[in-house]
Design a protein around this ligand. Structure first.
Ligand code: GCW
Length: 692
């Protein structure tokens, strides 16, 4: 009996300290004595303001975090005394918040967090806590923060049955069957994590939208989630199916110009707002990958988007209309969105924003930026990034995505001359935008660590941080995340930060170097299938459509002599990409069909460099294993081993990619694989039949 009791107690203790990653970056670990003494001297009291659920959250969050980090329970005081943390509502602060240290002879030192509303005070509070988690100096603060985009939104591709399209971290967080009667503590945890990085909106359901999501039954469920999220500053949005009037409403058509259809959407909007007064709006995937849309009725994207926009307008809702369109018949998929949307510029209703993926194809490990950025100047545009790693090894592989996001945000469109980076084309700096927004396709699921791979948490984190401030560097964000999530030890942080910094390029190298794209297995997008050619399938879903390997060379000719996709960019970019000599080598095969023996900048041929890149990718993956093996001393066993085993898989996959691509392309290049280390460990026959 005694033994059993001991066993139970022991298991409880283990569970209490289970390092399963569920606490994300909000761990609030006990700080060293010296640092916590310093913090205790600076803050001994909290003067809370109490007028809303959010202000209660602020006090609770700060008190418990402070206690966890320093061991001290702070006093609350209504009166402003010395060494106090003070909150101030200041309507003059238009956006964001400030954090200031104030020194007053009478009342001593205080830290003042000021903002126009409680939600921004919450962001300020998380900022201060972040500084403390990172052992920062809080004795002399003078911080002013303003978000770059007003709407910072996660897109969940979650289905009604609990599955997640391209989700690699378990099932959906939303338990539709239990709602609205029973909610889940994780809804609050999710909202808190998002609030801590400034995310303020979430689209709950898949863009491949089931019309049922806007049925009365599901609106009641959604309202329950919205009630929980509201106090954390998170608005709920829904993806809608363009055929809802017929599929859900039973109308004979969903034609956007039909009177009944228009009335139906107006009524629907009214109903939605009766349940969710601060509902954010609709996200729409229309006439894309088989989904219905206005073109089914001979109408345009403008007709479709404006129909919904007018219905939402009285309530302040917006329409995020996606530009992800492509057609099986098109000879260059990369061109289609530009061709379809440019003629419509300036014709959208003012509460419409066009949501554009970062690149012109589809979330590949590297793409040039989407040519619509900077080009559509009379319509608000928002970037859509993919946080879930559909094309970057699922959550089996470590690929820190801030470098990808920053690359796109800081890419120069030249729309208004040099310096017209994508970020400035979308945040209202260069063009008047009635709405500014940014979206990321979420990588969360109900896995205990939220994102499958512990390091995939960094991608959620960095999306939020960049949505708030697109000037941050990837390195800065990695540093914050590592300190909060793992350890403040320099000997841990420096090598792991380097690994993170190199990880996306490593994936590019072993999957799709030099601008190659879309060589993925068709069904699941995990492994390589460059040889795949299913006669009846859509040609634009087959790898050969993208790599165009032949006896002459490799790559897609998008120059003026080819598809002329280069002409969709502003000069000088159009010429830079057009000329093989000036085209950046990391996009070479995106824009050019390059002969196998073409001499590249380093004097080696395309074939030699291609082989080298694949091998670089494999070597980087091996290096990550070595770096990680040395971290055991600094972190908990559970997370250490979890990441260690994932890195093994990553190296295995890097080799798989290298062998598959090189052996297949070799059948065209007919040249030996030049380097000793690159001797493939598989045969092409083996790879050809192997299925994931
Ligand atoms: O990348 C592709 C995915 C689809 C996805 C689509 C989109 C939700 O393979 O699963 O559908 O993009 O963005 O609409």
């Amino acid at each position: 009996m005694k033994n059993i009791l001991l066993f139970i107690l022991f298991s409880l203790a283990i569970n209490l300290f289970a390092e399963d990653g569920s606490r994300l970056w909000l761990r609030y670990e006990l700080l060293s004595e010296q640092i916590s003494e310093n913090y205790k001297q600076i803050i001994s009291t909290v003067c809370p303001i109490t007028y809303s659920e959010t202000t209660k959250i602020i006090t609770r969050e700060f008190l418990s975090a402070f206690e966890d980090m320093t061991g001290k329970r702070l006093n609350l005081s209504k009166k402003r005394t010395g060494n106090c943390l003070v909150f101030l509502i200041d309507k003059k602060i238009e956006k964001g918040y400030s954090i200031q240290t104030q020194k007053d002879n009478k009342s001593g030192i205080s830290i003042l967090i000021a903002a126009a509303d409680d939600i921004n005070l919450l962001y300020g509070t998380f900022h201060l806590l972040r500084l403390m988690q990172m052992q920062g100096n809080i004795s002399d603060l003078n911080i002013v923060e303003k978000p770059a985009y007003d709407r910072r939104i996660l897109n969940h591709w979650d289905n009604i049955d609990g599955t997640i399209e391209r989700g690699y971290a378990g099932r959906s967080l939303w338990n539709w069957e239990d709602l609205p009667e029973k909610s889940d503590p994780r809804y609050t945890e999710y909202a808190r994590a998002n609030a801590s990085i400034g995310i303020n909106g979430t689209v709950l359901n898949n863009v491949n939208a089931n019309p049922k999501f806007i049925s009365r039954e599901y609106l009641i469920k959604t309202a329950e989630i919205a009630n929980i999220f509201r106090k954390w500053g998170i608005r709920v949005y829904l993806s809608v199916n363009f055929s809802s009037p017929s599929e859900l409403g039973g109308l004979p058509t969903s034609d956007p110009l039909n009177k009944e259809v228009r009335r139906w959407w107006k009524e629907k909007a009214k109903e939605i707002y009766s349940f969710i007064p601060d509902f954010g709006g609709f996200l729409v995937k229309a006439n894309s990958e088989g989904l219905p849309g206005p073109q089914d009725f001979g109408r345009t994207h403008v007709d479709g988007a404006n129909l919904l926009a007018e219905a939402l307008e009285p309530y302040g809702g917006i329409v995020m209309w996606r530009a992800f369109v492509y057609d099986a018949k098109s000879t260059d998929r990369a061109k289609q969105a530009y061709d379809e949307f440019m003629p419509l510029d300036g014709r959208f209703h003012k509460n419409v924003i066009i949501q554009v993926k970062n690149g012109p194809i589809d979330f590949q490990p590297r793409e040039p930026l989407h040519p619509l950025f900077g080009a559509m100047q009379k319509t608000p545009l928002m970037i859509e990034f993919q946080i879930t790693q559909e094309y970057l090894g699922f959550s089996k592989q470590l690929a820190y995505l801030a470098p990808l996001y920053v690359e796109c945000l800081q890419s120069d469109t030249y729309a208004k001359g040099k310096g017209s980076v994508t970020a400035k084309c979308t945040d209202g700096t260069l063009f008047p935008q009635t709405i500014t927004a940014i979206a990321g396709v979420a990588n969360t699921g109900n896995d205990s660590n939220w994102t499958g791979h512990h390091f995939a948490q960094a991608n959620w984190y960095c999306f939020g941080r960049l949505a708030w401030n697109h000037e941050l560097t990837s390195e800065h964000i990695a540093d914050e995340w590592l300190r909060m999530t793992f350890s403040n030890e320099t000997a841990f942080i420096e090598p792991v930060k380097r690994m993170m910094a190199e990880s996306r390029e490593a994936v590019v190298n072993y999957m799709m170097p030099l601008g190659l794209a879309h060589l993925f297995a068709w069904e699941h997008h995990y492994g390589p299938e460059p040889w795949l050619n299913i006669p009846d399938a859509r040609p634009d879903w087959m790898p050969s459509y993208y790599h165009k390997a032949d006896a002459i060379g490799l790559g897609f000719d998008r120059t003026h002599a080819g598809s002329n996709a280069v002409s969709q960019y502003f000069p000088p970019l159009s010429t830079i990409y057009d000329q093989i000599e000036t085209c950046p080598e990391n996009l070479l095969l995106w824009f050019h069909h390059v002969p196998w023996n073409y001499r590249m900048q380093n004097g080696n041929t395309l074939w030699e460099n291609l082989c080298r890149k694949y091998q670089d990718g494999v070597e980087a993956a091996r290096e990550f294993q070595k770096i990680w093996d040395k971290t055991a001393f600094f972190i908990d066993k559970e997370r250490f081993e979890h990441v260690q085993s994932k890195l093994k898989v990553q190296t295995r996959d890097a080799i798989w990619w290298r062998d598959a691509c090189l052996l297949y392309f070799q059948t065209f290049s007919r040249q030996p694989i030049p380097y000793e280390q690159e001797r493939p460990v598989h045969t092409l026959e083996e790879l050809n039949v192997s299925k994931f």
